[in-house]
Design a protein. Structure first.
Length: 119
């Protein structure tokens, strides 16, 4: 995915990813409740996402659907983070993450399984 989505745009996308297709007014209502945004702010962000190809608008009722899956955005954002902060070295990011929080035995086992699958 080449489209860069900013934090506010990701909040709009999160609503759509969570709830599926829905009218723009429902997106605005949700984001007003969560963040206190006014309707115009949300509509501006929806239009930006449409222009970037992340959201498709269709009628009736200014319905919106995501054109890109959340996983694709997560992957692109993770790649950007690794490149920007860790010089492209995923192992440095992994080490930084593991050093910050105590993991349960179950979480450690899950990580081991993930590493084994990569080998």
């Amino acid at each position: 995915m080449d489209t860069k989505l900013f934090d506010s745009e990701l909040k709009v996308m999160d609503v759509i990813w969570e709830k599926g297709e829905l009218p723009a007014k429902e997106i605005a209502k949700t984001l007003t409740a969560q963040f206190g945004w006014n309707v115009n702010t949300t509509y501006t962000l929806i239009k930006r996402c449409i222009k970037k190809g992340a959201i498709e608008r269709f009628e009736p009722n200014f319905m919106c659907r995501a054109l890109i899956p959340k996983e694709a955005v997560q992957e692109a954002q993770t790649d950007e983070l690794i490149n920007k902060l860790y010089g492209g070295c995923a192992d440095q990011l992994f080490s930084a993450l593991l050093g910050r929080k105590k993991l349960s035995a179950e979480q450690i086992e899950k990580l081991k399984q993930t590493i084994n699958e990569l080998e």
